[in-house]
Design a protein around this ligand. Structure first.
Ligand code: SF4
Length: 330
């Protein structure tokens, strides 16, 4: 793993206006992403975890500029992506790819695998001839573990896991540097999940890829991530390397997500942190600490004062950021 920074996101905000009244004026805002700063090094995996509705997918799309951020900065290989024109941004599409949760929806059902994989190659003028491109497609299928005769088949002829392999083949077709995996294994059976995770790890080693791996389940990101960021209602509440986030979580929300991971040994005692209710609306987030309405340890201060994201350092001196007035005291 290289420690060279590939992408740096600073204070990224995505606020969606809600319009109402006869003049369709802005009456409220959805604070989907509200000041997120993160970075990913070349060849590294950042796991981004939180419940549905926490803003993770919006963040993933905003950093790829598939959604226009309201403010903030995204620097990729030292270029500021938020300032680029559409034409310039198109050149970056090659380096920045995404794999979606539901391969059935993201693959055109009327196109064969050949047509699906041919499209990005043609747009970006990879290969000198159609035969060249066909050879690239066959090697892509081989890389993702699909037989060569898949080329003439349609998406409905494949299982969910195989469809996701086609989605991965499309994402790696242009030899990107970073892939955002947006709940890429969430719709798959557990056994298929691990096959796809292993494939992503093999491709990372072979191609030097970096991933931002978005999931609602901390168990899924455990084996794939170098670092993990936990997001709640549009903000990062904890961030550190993967080992320390599981061994020494500092934020009650992270503890709750960890305690929700099923324990293989049914007789092992587990310190459970049960979350009350659902994630509040991002239209009107709670005052103070956004987590106070569900936090089992909330005190008066939590209702009024927003905790800063501070570095509490791991024992080895590495960074361990958490946003809680009582971080690590539970
Ligand atoms: Fe819970 Fe208060 Fe910490 Fe927020 S600041 S996580 S409400 S203890």
């Amino acid at each position: 793993m290289s420690s060279e920074e590939l992408i740096s996101i600073k204070d990224l905000k995505v606020h969606f206006p809600i319009k109402g009244g006869i003049f369709l004026r802005e009456v409220a805002k959805v604070f989907a992403v509200d000041g997120v700063s993160l970075s990913v090094n070349k060849g590294e995996t950042l796991g981004l975890v939180g419940e549905s509705g926490c803003g993770k997918s919006t963040f993933g799309k905003a950093l790829l500029q598939l959604i226009k951020p309201t403010s903030g900065s995204v620097t990729f290989n030292n270029d500021e992506l938020t300032d680029l024109s559409k034409a310039k941004l198109r050149q970056y599409r090659k380096d920045l790819q995404i794999i979606f949760q539901d391969p059935s929806e993201s693959l055109n059902s009327r196109h064969t695998v050949e047509q699906i994989l041919m499209e990005p190659l043609e747009i970006h003028k990879i290969g000198d001839s159609r035969n060249d491109r066909k050879a690239i497609i066959v090697s892509l299928l081989q890389k993702v573990g699909l037989p060569a005769d898949s080329i003439n088949k349609y998406p409905h002829e494949f299982s969910g896991g195989q469809k996701q392999r086609i989605g991965i083949a499309r994402a790696i077709a242009l030899e990107p540097q970073l892939i955002v995996c947006d709940e890429a294994v969430s719709a798959l059976d557990v056994s298929v999940q691990s096959q796809i995770l292993n494939l992503l790890l093999d491709l990372q080693e072979e191609m030097g890829l970096a991933y931002i791996f978005i999931a609602h389940d901390l168990a899924v990101v455990r084996h794939i991530s170098d670092k993990v960021a936990v997001m709640y209602l549009g903000k990062i509440v904890e961030f550190t390397d993967a080992d320390n986030i599981y061994a020494k979580p500092l934020h009650p929300y992270t503890k709750a997500l960890i305690s929700a991971i099923p324990e293989p040994d049914p007789f092992k005692e587990k310190d459970r942190v049960i979350l009350k209710g659902d994630v509040p609306s991002p239209i009107d987030p709670p005052s103070g600490c956004r987590f106070h309405t569900r936090c089992p340890y909330a005190q008066d201060k939590c209702k009024t004062d927003e905790p800063e994201l501070k570095d509490y350092k791991n024992e080895d001196g590495s960074e361990h950021m958490a946003a809680c007035h009582f971080a690590g005291e539970f």
